[in-house]
Design a protein around this ligand. Sequence first.
Ligand SMILES: Nc1ncnc2c1ncn2[C@@H]1O[C@H](COP(=O)(O)OP(=O)(O)OP(=O)(O)O)[C@@H](O)[C@H]1O
Length: 425
Amino acid sequence: MIKLIESETSVNSPDTEILISVDNVSKKFCRDLKQSLLYGLQDIAAELSGGNRKSDTLRRKEFWALKDVSFQLKRGEALGLVGSNGAGKSTLLRIISGLIKPDTGRVKVRGRLAPLIALGAGFNPILTGRENIYANMSILGLSTQKIEERFEEVIEFSEIGDAIDSPVQTYSSGMAARLGFACAVHIEPDILLIDEVLAVGDISFRMKCYQKLAKLRESGTAFILVSHNPHVILNVCENSIYLAKGELISSGETETVVCQYEEDLSLGGRDAPPGVMILPEKPQSLGVDIASIYFKDGQGKIIEAPRCGEPAYFCVECQVHRPVESANLGVLISTLSGQNERVLYITSASDHETLNLLPGRVEIQMQMPYCCLLPGMYNTKIYIKEGVCSFDIVESYRFAVKASKVSSKSLFYQPRTWNVISKEL
Ligand SMILES: Nc1ncnc2c1ncn2[C@@H]1O[C@H](COP(=O)(O)OP(=O)(O)OP(=O)(O)O)[C@@H](O)[C@H]1O
């Protein structure tokens, strides 16, 4: 579970703030096991005979799991890693942690690294939790005295209770994850690699983990967090990278990167009709997940785009996992072209509406007697929360507003009716 990268892999950069530097890393795999073993033997033979193995070309049945990926991680930085299944996220973390070698490119790591990249990996299943804590922390170079000093804290943090003296093979996946996380954070690493392992804990434990991560960051720990849930990444990481089919599609501010990821996901949603955004199911729900977003016309029929000046319903379909008495839906609409100006910010709470959500599938409708937006393209950020507890966020629902008879070349649409009143003189 935890591995200390010694100083031979240290970054020789004058910028000591860079803890990880990944330069043009590529990794190929072979889907055929027999073929893969044969290639393995050929590569060993080539290395022993001093020959050059062709690392940069694909052989039969091979594919690139990672292709020319480069990025850096700085001290105290929280970097999100997003991408759909098979994008290469775990492969990248395994390369950084030294578990596998890249075929081309270089990875340099500076400082103590704690990879939390597989549930329970690194624990000896027949040893008790207590024995495993000692084993893991001493592999990381902590003296027996230091382990003893932190031992009670690790047990308390993991909330394992009496099970600490039972063999780890009797633990549930959630218990193993808790113990793994507790060990990793209590060695005070320079870098933490977290691959979805937080997905298995319950909500309160996850919150505790995020609080602990925030504290570690204050003291300089950097981490890379992999999650299929953009909401988690948005809350925790200011910068992110997005991988698709092994290639780095974008990197930078999390909001921008997540926008692109979500956009690609919704474009890839096979059954999504135009104007409808369907979100993938989340492996780690915080209670309410946004499932899809769309507009309906005044008759309740799903439409590709609302028309300026005509009635419409803005609909957010949610999967509700537990009853929520007063949910607050926020809708922030910006123009897509030009300056991305905010044109409308609506929340159900500011309208004094308490949305009562019962478990199951629900459709939250915001009824618009008239769509006041002018014809054009818009980007919408939608969130759902209760008080300060945030359930889900979608950064980039894009939609068009179509022109209609009532729209004009004005800055906004004014709903109106006309009358002529006869006056008696
Ligand atoms: N040892 C291996 N041998 C062959 N193929 C592999 C091996 N490890 C990973 N792959 C393949 O490499 C690709 C990238 O896998 P990886 O596990 O890195 O994806 P991921 O982004 O972590 O996916 P997920 O979100 O589902 O965990 C996938 O197509 C996977 O099947």
